[in-house]
Design a protein around this ligand. Structure first.
Ligand SMILES: Nc1ncnc2c1ncn2[C@@H]1O[C@H](COP(=O)(O)OP(=O)(O)OP(=O)(O)O)[C@@H](O)[C@H]1O
Ligand SMILES: [Mg+2]
Length: 282
């Protein structure tokens, strides 16, 4: 059953992006535009998946999206919410380090900070009063099943608890955008479920919240995302001596009627099949 939605303001614009390490061009001519998804009577954030075979440049793209890697050419634009809108539109700005939360695969945490202290630190730039910060943290800890762990240090947490803490930290310190590089790798079924729930919580808690993630689990990508990009080598160049990754295909899962479903049906499976086939050729 199709779900009604509209697409409004541009929230991410990647324009002719090329990224190289030294002489080696790793990503070439990446172009994408994502817009704010608006659904009637529902707060609806965005979940964007990036899939592709190993070494095609997903992590490199994420470094550019978070401002950690300077593009060789092209640019990454996001709306500048510190400026007033002109003609009803938010002016755009080049992405800078700190604009987009980045959760790397290792879920690095401060060794000497408890969960509570780490989250408090994440809110250091916020204008909230000390009491408001405390309330906000306690609210999130309860929602994310971490209340009992609030005074524990990272080495006293399970992998899944560490993970949720790392995601929360980014959620509190960054704005609406969050990039997660392979957040599901190496997790047991229970923890996969926890991260999935965390995605849903983020997705439903603010209209502009935008999660971008990479994964090698194509089923999971199709299940969670409303927009999906396949990163690969252009098929004609797969066997060339030098090649750079780019977007091979965009799957707009909203338009395909596959987004925001509770389950996974035959149409999702067919899409997974198409994606895997494309990946094998790129
Ligand atoms: N710091 C670096 N210096 C030089 N080359 C790099 C560097 N980081 C990555 N690369 C190269 O860039 C290419 C893309 O790597 P990247 O990590 O972006 O791929 P990926 O799609 O994330 O792969 P995976 O699925 O294995 O994580 C690879 O050929 C890799 O060897
Ligand atoms: Mg990677």
């Amino acid at each position: 059953m199709p779900v009604a939605y509209e697409q409004k303001d541009t929230i991410l614009h990647v324009e002719n992006l090329t990224v190289a390490y030294g002489e080696k061009v790793v990503l070439k001519d990446v172009n994408l535009i994502e817009r704010d998804v608006v659904r009637p009577e529902k707060k609806q954030g965005q979940i964007i998946a990036f899939v592709g075979r190993s070494g095609r440049g997903k992590s490199t793209l994420f470094k550019a999206l978070t401002g950690l890697a300077k593009p060789t050419s092209g640019r990454v634009l996001i709306p500048d919410y510190s400026q007033p809108p002109t003609d009803g539109r938010q002016p755009a700005k080049l992405v800078e380090e700190g604009d987009v939360g980045f959760v790397n695969q290792k879920y690095t945490l401060f060794r000497h900070k408890t969960v509570y202290q780490a989250l408090h630190f994440a809110l250091r730039k916020s204008n909230l009063s000390s009491q408001e910060k405390d309330e906000k943290i306690m609210h999130y800890l309860a929602d994310w099943g971490l209340e009992k762990n609030k005074d524990q240090f990272p080495n006293e947490l399970s992998g899944g608890q560490r993970q949720r803490t790392a995601i929360l930290e980014q959620l509190l310190s960054s704005g609406y955008y969050m990039v997660l590089d392979e957040p599901f790798s190496g997790l047991d079924v229970g923890n996969i479920d926890n991260v999935k729930k965390a995605f849903q919580l983020i997705n439903e808690s603010h209209e502009l919240n935008t999660i971008m993630f990479s994964t090698h689990d194509i089923e999971l990508a199709v299940e969670l995302a409303d927009s999906l990009y396949v990163i690969g080598y252009p098929p004609a160049e797969v066997n060339a001596a030098t090649h750079a990754g780019t977007i091979i295909k965009h799957f707009d899962l909203k338009q395909m009627g596959l987004a925001w479903h509770d389950g996974f049906d035959n149409d999702h499976l067919a899409c997974v099949h198409d994606i895997k086939k494309l990946m094998l050729q790129s």
